[in-house]
Write a protein that binds this ligand. Structure first.
Ligand SMILES: C[S@@+](CC[C@H](N)C(=O)[O-])C[C@H]1O[C@@H](n2cnc3c(N)ncnc32)[C@H](O)[C@@H]1O
Length: 229
C-alpha cells in the first residue's frame, strides 16, 4: 500500500471512533504514531486535504463516473453528508451550476475549510454546513443525499435516515458509497458495514433499494428512494 492509500485507510479506521476534540490529531501525527491512530477526529483540514484531495485518488474513486451515474441535473440540489474537504462537493457544485450543493460535516475545521475552498474556487452554489452528529441540519429539501466513506460514522443510522426522508424533495434519492468488506483499504473489517446491512438498515428506515453500481474497485455504491415515492 502506498503512503496515500495507507493514510486514507488509517484515517478512515481511526475516524470511525471519532474521539472528542481533546484527542484530535493530524494525519501527520498519525503517520508518526500509528499506535494512537484510533484516537483522533477530523480537525486539521489542511492536512486531511492532502489525503482526500490527492489527485491519485481519482483513479479508484472515479468521480466523473460517479457523477454521471447519479445523473445530476444542472439545477439539482445536493447534500454531501460528511463532505470533508470537499472532494465530491466541489465536483457536484460544478456539475449543477444552477443548483445548490450543501457540504455537510460535523467537524468545524472541515466546514471552515470547505467554505474557504468554495470561495477560492468561485463556487457560489456550494455552502458548507456545520451538522450535528445525528442531524445534517439541511437548510432546504434536496434532490440527492450522498455519503462517501461516511456511513459507518453515523450514529443510530436507522433513525438518521428515517429523519432524512423529510429533507428529500419528491423523487429524491440517497446514494451511499463505502468500502466493501473485501477492500484492501478502509477501516478494520469489524467496523465496515456490508452492502447487505446498508440495504437492511435503509429498508427499516423506510427506503426502497433502487440500484447498485459496480464500477468502483473496493467500494460499493448503492442508491435508494423513500419507499412508496
Ligand atoms: C473519511 S472522511 C470522508 C470525507 C469525504 N466524504 C471524502 O470522501 O473525501 C469522513 C468525514 O465524515 C465526517 N463525519 C463523521 N461523522 C459525521 C456525521 N455524523 N455527520 C456529518 N459528517 C460526519 C468527518 O468529520 C469527515 O470529514
Amino acid at each position: 500500500m502506498n503512503r496515500i492509500a495507507a493514510l486514507v485507510a488509517s484515517c478512515i479506521a481511526s475516524a470511525a471512533l471519532l474521539a472528542g476534540p481533546s484527542a484530535a490529531q493530524s494525519p501527520k501525527t498519525m503517520m508518526e504514531s500509528p499506535n494512537t491512530m484510533m484516537d483522533h477526529g477530523f480537525s486539521g483540514a489542511e492536512e486531511w486535504a492532502k489525503v482526500f484531495d490527492d489527485p491519485g485518488r481519482d483513479a479508484s474513486q472515479k468521480p466523473r463516473e460517479v457523477i454521471q451515474a447519479l445523473a445530476l441535473k444542472s439545477d439539482s440540489v445536493v447534500a454531501d453528508i460528511g463532505a470533508g474537504t470537499g472532494y465530491f462537493a466541489v465536483r457536484f457544485a460544478r456539475a449543477a451550476p444552477k443548483g445548490r450543493v450543501y457540504g455537510v460535516d460535523v467537524e468545524p475545521d472541515m466546514v471552515k475549510y470547505l467554505a474557504k475552498r468554495a470561495e477560492r474556487e468561485g463556487l457560489k452554489n456550494l455552502t458548507a454546513v456545520l451538522a450535528g452528529a445525528d442531524d445534517p441540519r439541511l437548510p432546504e429539501k434536496v434532490d440527492l443525499v450522498v455519503t462517501v466513506n461516511v456511513f459507518h460514522h453515523l450514529p443510530d443510522r436507522e433513525r438518521y435516515f428515517r429523519n432524512l426522508r423529510g429533507s428529500l424533495k419528491p423523487g429524491g434519492r440517497v446514494a451511499i458509497i463505502d468500502h466493501s468488506m473485501a477492500s484492501r483499504e478502509g477501516p478494520p473489517r469489524s467496523m465496515r458495514i456490508s452492502p447487505e446491512r446498508v440495504k437492511k438498515e435503509l429498508k427499516s428506515a423506510g427506503y426502497a433499494f433502487v440500484q447498485q453500481h459496480g464500477f468502483l474497485p473496493g467500494q460499493y455504491f448503492l442508491v435508494f428512494r423513500p419507499a412508496g415515492s
